[in-house]
Design a protein around this ligand. Structure first.
Ligand code: ZN
Length: 169
């Protein structure tokens, strides 16, 4: 029997049998260039879709990056890592400051709201509370922020300043 005489199966049937891996429609497709082409197209489309749905980088990405890093001159690499670690530490400390000062900030907000609603009666309480808040929470927070800023500037200066440029090294 020649394949062309047999009618091509319904696409839905064909794709269903493609999923299960067996069936008369699939058997037909093996001998039918038209159905083979359809299956191939379907396969490519599914491959593209799965590539779109997969957010992972290619498996050799880390290898490529490490090769690039290894190819860089040592001084630049050291400076780069210094800058990166300073940046990471700054971000971590900054996040910690934000999280730890959150309670203090909301406390100040509550005091302010109470002051607005109830008027001058709470002025003295707010004043002393604010003073206490400033002395307990704000000073360390301000100090930390200043230290953060200085360390970041120091890191940037180290990166941008002395040492061979990439083209010289
Ligand atoms: Zn066919």
């Amino acid at each position: 029997m020649t394949p062309n005489i047999i009618e091509c199966p319904d696409l839905e049937v064909l794709f269903t049998e493609l999923e299960t891996g067996e069936g008369p429609a699939l058997e037909h497709a093996k001998h039918c260039p038209l159905c083979t082409a359809i299956i191939e197209e379907h396969r490519l489309l599914e491959k593209d879709l799965s590539r779109l749905a997969d957010p992972l980088p290619p498996p050799d990405l880390v290898h490529k990056v490490m090769a690039r890093v290894a190819a860089e001159p040592t001084p630049l690499r050291r400076e780069l890592w210094t800058g990166v670690s300073i940046l990471a530490a700054s971000l971590a400390v900054g996040l910690g400051v934000l999280l730890s000062s959150d309670a203090a900030l909301s406390g100040a907000g509550t005091a302010l709201a109470r002051f607005v609603v109830d008027g001058k009666a709470f002025f003295d309480a707010l004043l002393s509370g604010g003073r206490a808040l400033w002395s307990t929470a704000a000073a360390p927070v301000a100090g930390l922020l200043a230290a953060l800023l200085l360390s970041s500037l120091f890191g940037i200066k180290r990166l941008a300043g002395s040492g061979p440029t990439p083209s010289e090294a």
